[in-house]
Design a protein around this ligand. Structure first.
Ligand SMILES: *Cc1c(COP(=O)(O)O)cnc(C)c1O
Length: 434
């Protein structure tokens, strides 16, 4: 029998996260204080994050224990399935073996709850009452809304204004999970008021919404903290649950990926899947080709410079050494809202700079074409972000067909596209531009 799904039982959920910082070829450059430009200390981050998460951000330990209360929530949808895309392979007539790790099975429909849940948990443990955050497409906001609901925290989401207007269903999901949602730029913060004064019709951006959410936490007198859904070392570490499960599942499949692929916005789902495999390689084990895929309209890794930059528009966050398009860059309104960020995880940036991974930029119509092919064969509509990974996986499988090689390709299906059907409708109507 040709097996399709490779499933783990709940007691096989990994009990530790993997921290790739322990295996990097070079130590990461320190984050710098936005005022003094000196390396930041844990104390500098205290207005924004609880102590335990700050400790994780600075940690160089390879494995970090996952609290039992977090695993209990993970159990609602984890371990997520690893699926062999047999029908897609057949449709492509490729000798390649294509696998995908389906993170679309989570309550929010993406990988983002993997970090939202522990972030809410550690804040609750620290006595925090409210979490503030930003969201672009709404994936992160809905994940944090649910996490706050589970742990009894109030959740305040600053949602990029164009998405607020264009994605009422994501807003509805956040409100259903109990969050309050504000369109950004808003009148509630200095950063928002300044942006509105400069342009009353500002559509907003992720960088600006981060400024608002971080300001709201930093000026709360300690009752509120801030949560970030990607980029940070601690987020990539929480997301390593994806790759740790996939390592076990590839073993079940009696296979090992030659190529690991993920869409990259801030780098967390790509890193979550790829870093546990790259870690094997960095420690002298099997090697793997890792490919991060980004939109041509926001080509952070392929065209950005590797330098210190702010994480937000207003310049309130620490300076981070990363690939960046500049903190004032406002990417075009493509449908893959979750990939519209000017910066990139410092871990992913360093590995790209040192050639341990590849980056590829693809235009959105080619991505939707791949997404539709995937949907018609595998029965899952990928999120617009995830179609970037699908595109690269299909291209690699077609290259195998060309060369006659039978490679093993593993990609991250970071989420489903059920809230993004307007994007598919626009694609079918020929309205999408590259
Ligand atoms: C947010 C998101 C991404 C991109 O974010 P990363 O930090 O790069 O993981 C990719 N896919 C989906 C479905 C998302 O929601």
């Amino acid at each position: 029998m040709a097996q399709t799904k490779f499933l783990l039982s709940e007691d096989q959920i990994p009990t530790t996260w993997y921290n790739a910082v322990a295996d990097l070829p070079k130590p990461l450059d320190p984050m710098l204080h936005p005022g003094t430009r000196e390396p930041i200390t844990p104390a500098d981050l205290e207005p924004l994050f609880p102590a335990e998460l700050i400790a994780q951000e600075f940690s160089t330990d390879r494995e970090i224990d996952i609290p039992g209360a977090v695993i209990d929530v993970y159990r609602q949808w984890r371990p997520s399935p690893l699926v062999r895309a047999r029908r897609l392979e057949k449709a492509l007539d490729t000798p390649a073996r294509i696998y995908f790790k389906n993170e679309g099975v989570s309550p929010a429909g993406s990988h983002k709850p993997n970090t939202a849940i522990p972030q809410a948990y550690y804040n609750k443990q620290a006595g925090v009452e409210r979490l503030t955050t930003e969201t672009g497409a709404g994936q992160w906001g809905s994940s944090l809304s649910l996490a706050c609901q589970y742990f009894g925290l109030i959740c305040e989401v600053y949602m990029v204004k164009v998405s607020y207007q264009q994605k009422p269903y994501r807003r509805g999901l956040m409100e259903t999970f109990g969050a309050s949602v504000t369109a950004s730029p808003s009148e509630l913060t200095e950063a928002g008021r300044a942006a509105l004064a400069a342009d009353p019709n500002s559509p907003g951006s992720l960088g600006l919404a981060i400024s608002e959410a971080a300001e709201a936490a930093a000026t709360s007198g300690g009752t509120a903290k801030y949560a970030l859904g990607s980029v940070l070392n601690l987020v990539l570490m929480h997301q390593s649950i994806i790759g740790k499960e996939a390592l076990l599942q590839m073993e079940l499949a009696e296979d090992y990926p030659d190529i690991v692929i993920g869409a990259a916005g801030g780098g967390s789902n790509f890193g979550g899947l790829a870093l546990p495999f790259l870690g094997e390689q960095l420690r002298g084990g099997r090697s793997v080709r890792a490919i991060a895929v980004e939109p041509s309209s926001c080509p952070t890794l392929t065209e950005g410079t590797y330098e210190y930059d702010f994480g937000d528009t207003a310049g309130l966050t620490p300076l981070t050494k990363m690939h960046t398009l500049g903190h004032t860059f406002v990417p075009p309104s493509i449908h893959a809202g979750g990939l519209r960020y000017h910066g990139m995880s410092p871990i992913i940036s360093q590995l790209k700079e040192l050639d341990y991974l590849e980056a590829r930029a693809v235009p959105q119509t080619a991505c939707f074409e791949a997404g539709v092919t995937f949907a018609r064969n595998e029965g899952i509509v990928p999120a617009p972000e995830s179609t970037h990974a699908v595109r690269a996986a299909i291209d690699e499988a077609l290259a195998c067909k060309e060369s006659g090689e039978s490679k093993s390709i593993l990609f991250s299906l970071s989420g489903h596209g059920h809230f993004d059907m307007q994007a598919y409708i626009d694609y079918f109507a020929g309205k999408l531009k590259d």
